[in-house]
Ligand binder design. Structure first.
Ligand SMILES: Nc1ncnc2c1ncn2[C@@H]1O[C@H](COP(=O)(O)OP(=O)(O)OP(=O)(O)O)[C@@H](O)[C@H]1O
Length: 238
């Protein structure tokens, strides 16, 4: 597969009390088009920093990020742990927000309708964020990312605030949605099972470095997945 994103020797330093602290240290990573990569690691290992730099929300100290030329991934969509919906807009208006004024109203309405259906939100189209559950709000946030014309979606613990039932449900929905879409996803999570369930490749970050990369077999027996999970956990804790 063609890479959409190539990261070379990416380093990020923060100044803390006058001393340089390395949050990312010489990261090298290639992300193929249409792939689903999950990133795990201890708290403070640099997961969010990596995602924010890829998103262009923060600048790297040194290193390069090369996007496939002419690709829409230069404008990735970002999904945060909290849905961050605009409280004065309805679910439907929140999903439409990134493309408001950029598309003909008829086309925009059709696209929003499709997202609402895909995410099971049709009934809640006219509801305001305060009137819906956390799971629904996160679905709407996902709709807002999917509607945006980009092939690259960056997700930072997007299911972290959900209860176990909603989390599982949305994991399954995400798997279906991304199997049907040609989007490239980089997904940060604390949950190793979630990383294996969703990811084709799991990357372990530790103290700003890539410690290990694990490929998830497409068809795997439960015992294989169990061993994979153990290996990833061992790697995180090493
Ligand atoms: N703006 C900042 N200024 C100084 N240090 C920062 C800043 N942002 C992050 N750091 C530091 O960089 C390191 C990596 O932080 P980051 O948030 O990327 O970790 P993380 O793996 O996402 O953690 P968590 O799983 O807890 O969200 C941490 O030690 C953090 O304190």
């Amino acid at each position: 597969m063609q890479p959409v994103l190539k990261i070379s020797n990416l380093t990020k330093e923060y100044q803390l009390d006058g001393t340089a602290f390395r949050a990312l240290n010489e990261i090298k990573l290639t992300i193929p088009a249409g792939s689903f990569t999950t990133v795990v690691g201890k708290s403070g290992s640099g997961k969010t920093t990596l995602l924010r730099i890829i998103a262009g929300l923060e600048k790297a100290t040194t290193g390069e990020i090369n996007y496939l030329s002419g690709s829409s991934v230069q404008r990735p969509a970002f999904v945060f742990q909290e849905a961050r919906l605009l409280p004065w807009l309805t679910v439907e208006q929140n999903i439409a927000f990134p493309l408001q004024g950029k598309l003909e109203q008829v086309e925009l309405s059709q696209r929003v309708k499709r997202q609402l259906q895909l995410l099971g939100l049709t009934e809640f189209a006219a509801a305001y964020p305060a009137q819906i559950s956390g799971g629904m709000a996160q679905r709407a946030a996902l709709g807002r990312a999917l509607i945006y014309e980009t092939d690259l979606i960056l997700m930072d613990e997007p299911l972290g605030a959900l209860d176990a039932f909603n989390r599982r449900k949305l994991q399954e929905e995400l798997q279906t949605i991304f199997a049907a879409n040609q989007k490239t996803v980089i997904f940060v999570t604390h949950d190793v099972e979630e990383a294996i369930f969703l990811g084709e490749k799991v990357i372990v970050l530790d103290e700003g470095q890539i410690l290990a990369e694990f490929k998830v077999p497409i068809t795997a027996e439960n015992s294989q997945l169990f061993t994979l999970k153990e290996n990833i956990i061992t790697s995180i804790n090493s």
